[in-house]
Design a protein around this ligand. Structure first.
Ligand SMILES: [Zn+2]
Ligand SMILES: [Zn+2]
Length: 160
């Protein structure tokens, strides 16, 4: 089932539409996400970049250092600076911040990751698996999502 999802920043300059369901939804409890959001965790919808349709202003990419020395690109509204999505070294996949959806309550995490730094007062539900660090995508993602991932990664590997 494909449900249209729309969202945007606080001032309304950036608006986006997800043209399909996400590949998978992460709830990340790592220290980077806690610092970036100023909160307990972030909820990211992983989806192909070409399925994030921009309806108004283009979010501005900002390179942000991570604790492991890598870089992450956070896309922010050029006006109000609210972060709408991120990219982690693979431009084919966007990590859309679920809190920027018009209806964040429509989304629930498929997995909790980096629970080693989960705040102690956050209690996780039994309905989604949880991992101290990361997890094996192939073991957890639905077959349809793995096929979609393979489809967008294929051109990159043939270039190599
Ligand atoms: Zn804005
Ligand atoms: Zn994180």
């Amino acid at each position: 089932m494909s449900v249209q999802r729309e969202g945007g920043c606080t001032c309304g300059a950036v608006r986006y539409r997800l043209t399909s369901d996400p590949l998978f939804t992460h709830c990340c409890h790592c220290l980077n996400c806690q610092r970036q959001t100023g909160s307990a965790f972030v909820i990211n919808l992983l989806i192909e970049a070409d399925r994030v349709q921009l309806l108004a202003a283009d979010p501005q990419p900002i390179e942000v250092p991570r604790d492991d020395g890598s870089k992450q690109t956070i896309f922010r509204c050029p006006t109000c600076q609210v972060a709408v999505f991120s990219e982690y070294g693979r431009p084919e996949v966007r990590f859309v911040r679920a809190g920027t959806l018009d209806q964040p309550s429509k989304v629930a995490p498929d997995v909790h990751i980096y629970t080693r730094s989960k705040l102690p007062w956050v209690t996780l539900p039994d309905s989604a698996p949880a991992f101290e660090e990361y997890y094996d995508t192939k073991a957890l993602w639905p077959a349809a999502s793995l096929e979609r991932l393979e489809a967008i990664m294929a051109p990159a590997s043939s270039d190599a």
